[in-house]
Design a protein around this ligand. Structure first.
Ligand code: PLP
Length: 357
């Protein structure tokens, strides 16, 4: 089965084999070496300097990393502006509310770009420091790649710091850690990095971990995890098989040309799918230039509901993804993350033709 949903992804044989690595106690030095290698590998994806940036591993899904970022880095007197144009931006508002963080959401409908003027107004209204802006890089709800370049300028001009949900873009799209006012970025093993679910992580500024503010959680306290991980230990029992998988996946990413090569491959695959669908009369929901290379959403063909399309493709070996919420009735999504060969693509084109015509 080839997974065309936005994570978990189809694994390489090497990553799959790594998952069944030796039994390991997380208090033994072999674990420390594995963890240190993975943490270095995460820094290496975007060539980050360990003096400025530090990775913190968490066992959990991408949402655990996003939640850890928000509850650990927004100080008790801090204010958070959340930028919403989809499910994942809205989720950050919910996380903030659950944690008692003072939050101002800046909301747009799901199909629209983020509201930069609204963010500027929210920051200007909220004169008191310290202010953080939480934004989703790739809003997987629609496939839109949010304009972080523009958001970064709005934030820089006002001294606000960015907390990024890079869960579905880390490793597959450009993230300017040092050019944008990034405070932290949360992501996961099982999307563009091609690892298995179970491990997520936050990359943040070293000084935030060395002199942490009071976290609003015990289990998701980034500084607590970091202190243990700096000593090659771990605060709690980690998802060891998923770490084995991520270790192998990072080695593969590096050997295959890094995020740039991965991005180029994703762009090629997404283009192939879009062209095939267009020839069948199926149109993209967003213009290609607004979409990530990771995932695109399409309008359901006339007279075909999602289950019919999904089941037809699944019986031919491909799992696609529904639209979220009310978009279920109108859209479907295809992600081209994961290990997808040219021959898988040939078969997919055939399957789309058979099911849609
Ligand atoms: C997948 C995803 C998440 C996290 O989802 P989990 O199910 O918790 O792994 C968060 N943000 C974005 C943008 C995502 O695509």
């Amino acid at each position: 089965m080839i997974l065309l949903n936005p994570g978990p992804v189809t694994l390489s044989e090497r990553v799959r084999a790594a998952l069944a690595g030796p039994d390991l106690c997380h208090r033994e030095p072999e674990f420390g070496q594995l963890q240190a290698r993975v943490r270095q590998g995460l820094l290496d994806v975007y060539g980050l300097d360990a003096g400025a940036w530090q990775p913190v591993l968490l066992s959990g899904s991408g949402t655990a990393a996003v939640e850890a970022m928000l509850v650990s880095l927004v100080p008790p007197d801090g204010h958070l502006v959340t930028v919403e144009n989809g499910v994942y931006g809205e989720r950050m508002t919910s996380i903030a509310r659950a944690a008692g963080i003072e939050v101002s959401p800046v909301t747009r409908p799901w199909q629209e770009p983020i509201d930069l003027d609204g963010v500027a107004r929210a920051l200007d209204r909220n004169g008191h420091a310290p202010t953080f802006v939480a934004a989703v890089h790739h809003e997987t709800t629609t496939g839109r790649l949010n304009d972080l370049e523009a958001l970064a300028s709005v934030c820089s001009e006002r001294g606000a710091r960015l907390l990024l949900d890079g869960v579905s873009s880390f490793g597959g799209e450009w993230l300017d850690f040092d050019g944008w006012p990034v405070e932290a970025c949360a992501a996961t093993a099982n999307k563009c990095l091609h690892g298995a679910p179970g491990v997520a992580f936050v990359l943040t500024r070293r000084e935030r971990l060395e002199s942490p503010t009071r976290a609003r959680s015990l289990y998701l306290d980034l500084a607590g995890h970091w202190r243990s991980q700096q000593e090659d230990g771990t605060a709690f029992t980690p998802a060891i098989p998923a770490l084995y998988g991520l270790d192998a996946a990072l080695a593969e990413l590096d050997a295959s040309g890094g995020w740039q090569a991965r991005r180029a491959r994703y762009a090629e695959l997404a283009g192939t799918v879009a062209t095939e669908l267009e020839s069948l009369g199926v149109t993209s929901y967003l213009p290609a230039e607004d979409s990530s290379v990771v995932l695109r959403s399409y309008r359901l063909p006339e007279g075909m509901d999602y289950p019919l399309l999904h089941d037809g493709l699944k019986s031919r070996g491909f799992v696609i993804y529904a639209g979220q919420g009310a978009m279920y009735e109108r859209l479907f999504r295809i992600s081209t993350m994961g290990v997808i060969s040219d021959s898988d693509m040939q078969r997919l084109r055939g399957a789309l033709r058979e099911v849609i015509t």
